[in-house]
Design a protein. Structure first.
Length: 252
């Protein structure tokens, strides 16, 4: 089905997803708009899908990764947003991928380097950022276009991208210092908690203090004075006996 280079408008009819024997679907160079509502996962035989030069918006659906026979995917010159789906790892027969001139963001999925048949990749003029993979299709600068993504860095030398900034030792030092402080305060808090529990479990000392203060109210008497007052602890002066001691009264 080739409907390219017309003036078709509106949205992609979702009923196209029922054309399960479709091999090629080309809607490029029209005025198709809105998000991609087509359930492409049902098009098991589809090998060539072209939506270039339209007004498509929103994110690329994850179900594109279920179109396992896809060899060519062209969706450049639209207004697509979001990340490049990691579900593309299922497109093991993909040879050509063009997502240029959109508003895609995020990093380049490393799964693209594992697509062994991919020999033409155009991600130029988006808002991609981060480090460029090195292996796979990214190792051949002649088949990869990444220009116009000001946040990209690294990659193969032939791509002539700026080097990725190394992590500053100052940032690393602050990171380790933060961890050290967290551990230190953690151990201190644990120690204080254990000490508080230990103190809480100690028996109260107040009765002992009361006994000490109680004893200070009475005068101290020597043994000699006690013996003389009770006439040598005479039985005549014995008032009574208790569990711990005997009580005497003073003699004449």
């Amino acid at each position: 089905m080739d409907l390219s280079y017309n003036n078709h408008q509106g949205y992609i009819p979702p009923n196209f997803g029922k054309l399960v024997q479709l091999l090629l679907f080309d809607l490029s160079h029209n005025n198709i708009q809105g998000d991609i509502t087509l359930d492409i996962s049902k098009l098991k035989q589809l090998t060539d899908l072209r939506f270039s030069s339209n007004n498509l918006s929103e994110e690329i659906p994850d179900n594109f990764g279920k179109c396992l026979q896809l060899e060519t995917l062209l969706m450049d010159q639209n207004h697509l947003t979001g990340n490049i789906p990691t579900s593309f790892e299922g497109l093991q027969f993909l040879k050509t991928l063009n997502l240029s001139h959109n508003n895609l963001s995020g990093t380049i999925p490393t799964i693209l380097k594992d697509l062994s048949l991919l020999n033409k990749l155009d991600l130029s003029c988006n808002h991609l950022q981060g480090e460029i993979p090195i292996n796979g299709v990214f190792a051949n600068a002649t088949v990869v276009s990444l220009n116009g993504n000001w946040g990209l860095c690294g990659g193969a030398m032939d791509l002539h991208m700026p080097a990725c900034p190394a992590v500053s030792w100052v940032i690393e030092w602050k990171h380790y210092l933060t961890i050290l402080l967290i551990l230190t305060f953690g151990f201190m808090s644990l120690g204080m908690l254990i000490y508080a529990i230990f103190i809480w479990k100690q028996p109260p000392r107040r009765p002992y203090l009361l006994l000490l203060s109680f004893g200070k109210k009475f005068p101290r008497v020597s043994y000699k004075d006690l013996a003389q007052a009770t006439e040598n602890f005479s039985e005549l002066n014995l008032v009574g006996r208790g569990s711990y001691d005997s009580v005497y009264t003073k003699g004449c």
